[in-house]
Design a protein around this ligand. Structure first.
Ligand SMILES: [Ca+2]
Ligand SMILES: [Ca+2]
Length: 232
């Protein structure tokens, strides 16, 4: 069952002879996936691995009396990105909005190690936590490969000193079998400036209002609160 078109043709034939309920085509589709997988495992495919780092939140503090000053340290195969110069001062929920390219050959590509550090100018930086992102799991998964837009992942980071999560990084990864990073589409994940908008709420009617006045009616009016600190 070479191609999807041939498989569809076969499915139509099966329907004609009233045998589509036998799930043979499903079995053949799996065989085809196995074949693709086998080919992928036997070939050495050079890929661009692009990691989009959006933000982190709930990062543990490594400073006395203030939130951590986080920055990313990313490693995959022989490539390292050290964002120490771009640390974010006193922020447990930093935004990164950046992508990072790594080269990898599949099979054999190492995972991406995502370290989040706390910057300290005098006492030395401290690791807040680490997340290990396996790439081969994704590359050899037919389901993952079939996704047009790769899912955003919320990854817990951990430190060897405790089994408790030290925060979460929000990211997604793409693996493209191309030789040059310029060929891979770039998603714009830059921070958008705030903009004004109007929110309008329409109240059409109210039913079963409690009667509050002695003459058997209520003088009903509505109040809206947009922000707990400010009446509208
Ligand atoms: Ca701090
Ligand atoms: Ca610090």
């Amino acid at each position: 069952m070479g191609s999807a078109i041939e498989r569809r043709k076969f499915e139509q034939e099966m329907r004609k002879i009233d045998c589509s309920h036998l799930n043979i085509t499903h079995h053949l589709a799996n065989l085809e996936s196995d074949e693709i997988l086998k080919r992928a495992l036997l070939a050495q495919t050079k890929c661009i691995v692009r990691l989009y780092m959006i933000s982190a939140f709930d990062l543990s503090s490594r400073d006395n009396g203030s939130p951590s000053d986080p920055y990313l340290y990313l490693k995959c195969n022989n490539t390292v990105y050290n964002e120490r110069d771009n640390y974010v001062l006193d922020d447990a929920n930093p935004k990164f909005n950046k992508y990072y390219d790594f080269e990898g050959t599949f099979p054999g590509c190492s995972p991406i190690r995502i370290d989040v550090y706390d910057y300290d100018d005098i006492f030395g930086d401290d690791l807040i936590g680490t997340s290990i992102l396996d790439l081969e799991d994704r590359y050899f998964s037919m389901e993952w490969q079939a996704l047009e837009d790769k899912p955003i992942e919320y990854r817990q980071i951990y430190h060897s000193s405790t089994s408790l999560s030290q925060g979460v990084v929000k990211c997604w990864v793409e693996i493209n079998p191309l030789t040059s990073p310029e060929e891979v589409k770039v998603w714009d994940i830059s921070e958008k400036p705030p903009f004004e908008l109007e929110v309008r709420i329409c109240v059409f009617n109210a039913i079963e209002m409690k009667i509050m006045d002695w003459e058997g009616t209520s003088d009903v009016f509505f109040r809206g609160f947009f922000d707990s600190k400010e009446d509208v």
